[in-house]
Design a protein around this ligand. Structure first.
Ligand code: FAD
Length: 484
């Protein structure tokens, strides 16, 4: 048990390593680091530290290790599963590790430090004539370290894969403070276990990512964004299959938006317009891109839409005539999570099922939720081309938000059982963190869970790296309970 005297001694040690300016202990300074993006969970910390180099991260971790103090890494703190909420100990904020160490045009790679904001990486890639394809609504504030720790997805996974597919090498500080230098830019390297994959997606529970080598791609020279309206998810999936067959890798994005989602954006965003004169049950936002400036994207898409109309898959479709119109379509998609907030509380699920089963999943699970609670407003949207749906449930109008949130676990069970019945995952792209930790034992293979615990214990025997997140080890944090 730490006493205030122990804490003061420990803080003095951190100040000796980093200088007083980079060890924050005042309540107002550490407050933003104690809550997660949706304010569903709040924690505590004795300090927030801001190391400026990998060597400083290592010294801080060594000090925490020696004093048995838990550590939680922070990037932009935009995570959506409570993974960054500290419960005691120290927050290690990586934002000062913001150097872009190298752009190797011949190898199509960029070496970056963990605290670089995703939008800065995208811009640097563009300036060098490349594309770094991860794109998220939080890209202006999330960091590459956080993207790697959560294996972030986004809207271009269909074409380029998740963050895991884009990382060639890593540098990380291990729980005992040693530095692993795996900053390789190789596309082939079978010299033993591929250790970087332990850190990618492990949400800071096995070590702290300090730098990475990222893959770059040829910059798109032509782009076409379009919006289509259909009678429901089955028709949207049929359109997706048609597009995938005809456009191949040129199909970069394929997102589903329900009518309720579009209505939310129209209601709360003065600049938003309905792309069609009549309403449809479901919409697709899609984008084709090519590194060839002359690629005949418009002719190809018009032909696909004509055939989809004839087959009854869509009722209408519109191609963005300008970048501004394309941005207006994207504004609808990106506003969905934001504008849901204006309608009260939401119970959110980030799940995936095989694409072949995603339409059945949507139709049947929406019906189950509607039968369970009169007036509930499902807003199931997202990356349907990856089988990844943000299955969000908005509270009935007029209901007390806390009363709705008290049903969090009840609706989790309904939705996640449907996911599991179709061979899906209850944590598709946001991670497990705190909010889903206690769902894993219901749905994940027990041998896989045991192996995860074995790895965690081997790498972090004192359970100091983000304890209580992803997997419960020993006497961990209590179960997440947003309803109070
Ligand atoms: C509006 C909005 C839209 C979003 N859209 C998407 C989306 O489309 N797809 C998607 O995948 N996610 C999305 N997210 C979730 C979030 O943005 C991503 O998970 C992002 O990658 C987190 O980055 P961050 O720097 O904010 O990480 P943080 O929130 O700071 O941390 C997230 C987790 O990673 C750990 N961590 C952070 N940095 C490090 C590090 N250097 N080393 C080890 N562990 C670390 C933390 O301890 C925590 O467990 C969205 C979030 C918001 C708010």
């Amino acid at each position: 048990m730490n006493t205030p005297a122990h804490d003061a001694e420990f803080i003095a040690r951190l100040r000796a390593i980093l200088g007083a300016n980079h060890v924050l202990t005042e309540a107002q300074d550490i407050a933003p680091h104690l809550v997660e993006a949706r304010h569903l969970a709040r924690g505590s910390a004795i300090a927030v530290v801001r190391p400026g180099t990998t060597a400083e991260v290592a010294q801080v971790v060594k000090a925490c290790h020696a004093a048995h103090v838990p550590m939680v890494a922070h990037g932009g703190n935009t995570g959506l599963v409570g993974g960054g909420v500290p419960f005691g100990g120290v927050v290690i904020a990586l934002n000062r590790l913001k150097a872009i160490r190298d752009v190797d045009a011949g190898n199509s790679t960029m070496t970056v430090e963990a605290g670089v904001v995703l939008a800065d990486i995208q811009r640097t890639a563009v300036d060098a004539g490349f594309l770094y394809p991860v794109s998220l609504a939080s890209e202006g504030s999330c960091t590459i370290g956080g993207n790697i720790a959560t294996n972030a997805g986004g809207t271009a996974v269909l074409r380029y894969g998740n963050t895991r597919d884009l990382v060639l090498g890593l540098e990380a500080v291990l729980p005992d403070g040693s530095i692993w230098n795996g900053l390789s830019g190789l596309r082939k390297d079978n010299a033993g276990y591929d250790l970087k994959h332990l850190f990618i997606g492990s949400e800071g529970t096995l070590g702290i990512v300090t730098a990475a080598v990222l893959k770059l791609f040829p910059a798109p020279k032509s782009r076409l964004t379009a919006f289509a309206g259909a009678d429901g998810p089955r028709e949207i999936v049929a359109l997706f299959e048609r597009l995938r067959a005809a456009a191949g890798e040129m199909l970069t994005t394929f997102e589903i938006i329900p009518r309720f989602g579009l209505e939310l954006v129209l209601r709360h965003s003065p600049s938003a317009r309905d792309p069609f004169a009549s309403p449809f049950a479901s919409y697709a936002l899609l984008e084709l891109t090519s590194p060839n400036a002359e690629a005949p994207l418009e002719a190809l898409l018009l032909d696909i839409f004509e055939k989809a109309l004839e087959a009854g898959e869509i009722g209408d479709a519109t191609l963005a005539a300008s970048r501004a119109q394309g941005d207006a379509f994207w504004h609808i998609r990106e506003g969905l999570a934001e504008f849901q907030k204006h309608e009260g509380a939401s119970i959110k699920h980030d799940v995936s099922v095989p694409i072949s089963r995603v339409a059945d999943f949507l139709i049947e699970t929406i019906a189950l939720c509607e039968a369970e609670l009169t007036g509930i407003r499902p807003c199931a949207f997202g990356h349907i081309g990856d089988g990844n749906i943000h299955f969000n449930l908005t509270q009935p109008s007029g209901m007390e938000p806390q009363a709705f949130l008290a049903q969090w676990h009840h609706f989790n069970r309904i939705v996640h059982d449907q996911v599991a019945a179709r061979g899906g995952s209850v944590a598709a792209e946001h991670g497990v963190g705190l909010f889903k930790r206690d769902e894993l034992p219901h749905y994940k293979d027990p041998v896989a869970l045991q192996l995860m615990a074995t790895i965690k214990r081997a790498m972090d025997p004192q359970n100091l790296m983000n304890p209580g997140k992803v997997i419960a080890i020993g006497d961990d944090l209590p179960m997440f309970n947003p309803g109070g």
